[in-house]
Ligand binder design. Structure first.
Ligand code: G4P
Length: 550
């Protein structure tokens, strides 16, 4: 039963409205779990993704055995190919059925580098899995991605990976999670055996039967196939693993005493994070992670719109574009928009409207994309991701809808850390240069800033990760016929300020003030020290941090 006011018929007389609170999309939404894995490079995200796909039956053995060392087939090949071509890495979704649920795992690329795409994916999920290397704990990119999740209010499941290898102590890792994230870690699957001797998991999930309290991994199982285990009672476990199980029980008691048990409401509110341990490479803990997501992660919910209203998941189709991939294929001017469905049923072929432009968008070429494979999609439901090919005129952040009009709040601009002046190599190609830069800005490939001092033909490009600059160079030359020169600038921090305070900041040596195309005013600083001194000396100057600024 929904409380959203139902509006029947069209308010703008364009597309016929579907039943405004249909049970089919509501039921489909309740069965879906849409999440992403956030981690530092090398923590095992590709390995975990493949392990999840294997458990979900999304890829068969074939995909895996083609991969290196019996692993890593489909997922990583595509990444390598894209890297070699110097273009941005596809963010797409892996979909599979697990138990009676549909799992959508959105890919957050960022192996060698970061880009805004990585952050934007996190605006399209309902929860996140924070994957941490047992030997390394919270690393730099994990922290940054966590910050974005926190801004979005996303519930986070923490997975300590590589427990089959010597690493840090479990209790010490939990302390670090609490300190860095401010969330209380609650144990749900606690490791038996120190790092390097991973015997099994104490199952602390609510509703676990006493005779299955210990998930004892069967020796020799796991690897390229599923790990098998035997559910044991604690007494049986003690007989098998003795002292190490007692140690695990003692640790669990300590953690439960101070942090309390997993609680779904606190988890969903972002106050606590359930913690589990795994060895993705051995498929240990992978099935338990899937169960945890399916049982406690939130399904797609009704979504606030920009005008203050709420779009019910049961309303007619709507969704937001969180990524636009273009220039994949210069010959075909490929322009693919990735949409996360928020409400209703998406049907291929149905014409939907772009809320920003009011223009219709054809959906004849709708796909599911993961890795290098695209499959046609006939319909999709809240929580699903659809890729629409040839979606010209569609930008990141746009809302597409049928029925009653809706526009979702824009996707935030994330704090850039890399800045470069961009010039056409051949000044005679000014027109092509302008056209290309404007297009790339609108697609959200980079942020574009202008300086009154530097003049029109030399915008400053601002990026979250330097790979975004490679994409600009590649696409400007290949797609817009204009080679560009990029001159890096020595700034690493951007702050939003006001026109009023711009002259004061511009006068400080080493600081530069620039304007975005949307009219925002930004001050760029070479380092934190410079910024902090200005803040101290001019407490009244507006210097607002941007999203995910650490
Ligand atoms: P990423 O996507 O987060 O960057 O990490 P990826 O999955 O590529 O894993 C990074 C390395 O960590 C890989 O080793 C992978 O095999 C290893 N790894 C992942 N999960 C586990 C685990 O649970 N236990 C152990 N011991 N290792 C794990 P590599 O040597 O770089 O590659 P490969 O030659 O093993 O394929």
């Amino acid at each position: 039963p929904m409380t959203t006011p139902a509006s029947t018929g069209t308010t703008d007389g364009t597309v016929p409205a579907a039943d405004p609170d249909d049970t089919a999309p509501r039921e489909a939404a309740s069965r879906r779990r849409t999440f992403a894995v956030i981690s530092h490079p090398d923590a095992g995200k590709s390995t975990l993704t493949e392990a999840l796909a294997l458990h979900g039956g999304a890829i068969g053995q074939a995909g895996i055995v083609q991969g290196k060392g019996g692993r890593r087939g489909v997922v990583s090949d595509w990444l390598e190919m894209e890297k070699a071509r110097g273009i941005s890495i596809t963010s797409a979704a892996l979909q599979f059925t697990y138990r009676d649920r549909v799992v959508n795992l959105l890919d957050t690329p960022g192996h060698a580098d970061f880009s805004e795409d990585t952050y934007r994916v996190l605006t399209a999920v309902d929860s996140a899995v924070m994957l941490v290397d047992a030997a390394k704990g919270m690393e730099r990119q994990t922290v940054k991605l966590f910050e974005v999740c926190r801004l979005r209010g996303l519930p986070i499941v923490t997975v300590v990976n590589k427990w089959d290898r010597p690493g840090r102590e479990a209790l010490e890792l939990l302390d670090e999670f609490a300190e860095v994230t401010g969330m209380t870690p609650t144990p749900v699957l606690w490791p038996v055996g120190i790092g390097g001797d991973f015997r099994g998991l104490l199952d602390l999930r609510p509703g676990t039967a006493p005779d299955a309290a210990y998930i004892a991994f069967d020796e020799g199982s796991g690897g390229a196939t599923r790990t098998t285990w035997t559910p044991l009672s604690l007494e049986e476990g003690l007989a098998r693993d003795g002292e190490v199980l007692t140690t695990a029980q003692e640790e669990v008691e300590l953690v439960l005493d101070s942090n309390g048990p997993h609680d779904e409401a606190s988890f969903r509110a972002g106050r606590t994070t359930p913690v589990m341990f795994a060895a993705a490479v051995l498929n240990r803990g992978v099935e338990q992670l899937l169960d945890l997501l399916v049982d406690t992660a939130p399904p797609p919910a009704d979504r606030p719109a920009q005008d203050g209203g709420v779009r019910s998941v049961g309303d007619a189709f709507s969704g937001q574009v969180f990524k636009v991939q273009a220039g994949m294929d210069a010959a075909h001017r490929d322009h693919v928009a990735f949409i996360r469905v928020s409400s209703g049923r998406f049907q291929r072929g149905e014409t939907v409207l772009n809320a920003r432009t009011g223009k219709p968008v054809g959906t004849k070429y709708a796909h599911r994309v993961f890795g290098g494979s695209r499959t046609g999609v006939e319909d999709a439901w809240p929580g699903d991701v659809v890729a629409i090919v040839n979606a010209t005129g569609v930008r990141v952040g746009d809302t597409l809808y049928a029925g009653r009009k809706v526009a979702y709040p824009p996707i935030p601009t994330f704090a850039p850390e890399h800045f470069a002046v961009c010039r056409a190599k051949d000044l005679g190609r000014y027109k092509q240069f302008q056209r290309g830069i404007t297009e790339l800005h609108h697609e959200g490939v980079v942020q574009t800033l202008r300086s009154d001092l530097r003049g029109e033909p030399a915008p400053v490009l601002a990026a979250v990760g330097p790979m975004q600059f490679d994409v600009v160079q590649h696409r400007m030359a290949g797609e817009f016929g204009c080679e560009v020169l990029l001159e890096p600038l020595p700034y690493s921090i951007a702050r939003r300020t006001t026109a009023e305070h711009a002259p004061l900041l511009d006068a400080v040596p080493g600081v530069e003030v620039l304007r975005s195309l949307d009219g925002d005013v930004f001050a760029l600083f070479p380092d934190r020290w410079r910024l902090q001194r200005i803040e101290r000396e001019n407490p009244d100057v507006v210097l607002d941090a941007l999203a995910a600024d650490s």
